[in-house]
Design a protein around this ligand. Sequence first.
Ligand code: 5GP
Length: 189
Amino acid sequence: MELLKNRILKDAIVIGDSIVKVDSFLNHQLDIELFNEMGKEFKKRFSDENISRILTVEASGIAVACIAAQYFSVPVVFAKKYEALNLDSDTYQSEVYSFTKQKSYNIRVSKKYISPEDNVLIIDDFLANGKAASGLVDIVRQAGARVAGVGIVIEKGFQKGREALMQKGVRIESLAVIKSMKEGIIIFE
Ligand code: 5GP
C-alpha cells in the first residue's frame, strides 16, 4: 500500500536493527484518514471472505481493527492481556511471548464472543515473530471457529512471523512488508 509505505519512509524511526517506532501515526497519535484507507484495503484484500468477526489484541491492535471493522460491518473482539475481576471467568487463553517487552503473558477472550460458526479476521499493527498472531489463531481454533486470515499493517519480513503463521496454514495480508532496515534505512519488499 503506497500511501502507508510513503508514510513509513517519512515518519518511522528505526531503533537498533529490528524495532520500528511509528508513534506519530500508528501507535500513539493515530492518523484516522490513513486508518480509513488501511480499513478499505483490508476489506478489498479479504473481499472473497465472509468475515463475521475481527479479532485483535490490546492495546495497539484495537484502533486499526475498529476502523477496519466499519468496512466489514462486523464486531471487533480484542483479547485482554491483563487479569481483571470484571472479565468473564470462562475464557479461551493462550500464552504469548512479547518481542518488544521480552516477556510472556496470557491473552484471554471470553467464550461468549467467538463461536464455532465464526469466520474470523485477525488484525494487528505489526508482525515480527508471529507470537501475538499465533496466540490469536490458537484462541479462534479453541473456539472451533475458522481463521479467514491475518491482516497486518507493518510486517517485518526479516523476522520469523510469516513462516510461523504459514506453518499453521494461515493466510497473511500485510499492507507494508519491510525487507530490511540496516543503518536506519528502510527497504520494502
Ligand atoms: P510478534 O508477536 O509478531 O513477535 O510481535 C508483534 C507484536 O509486537 C505487535 O502486536 C506489536 O505490538 C509488537 N511489535 C513487534 N515489533 C514491533 C516494532 O518493530 N514496532 C512496534 N511499534 N511494535 C512492534
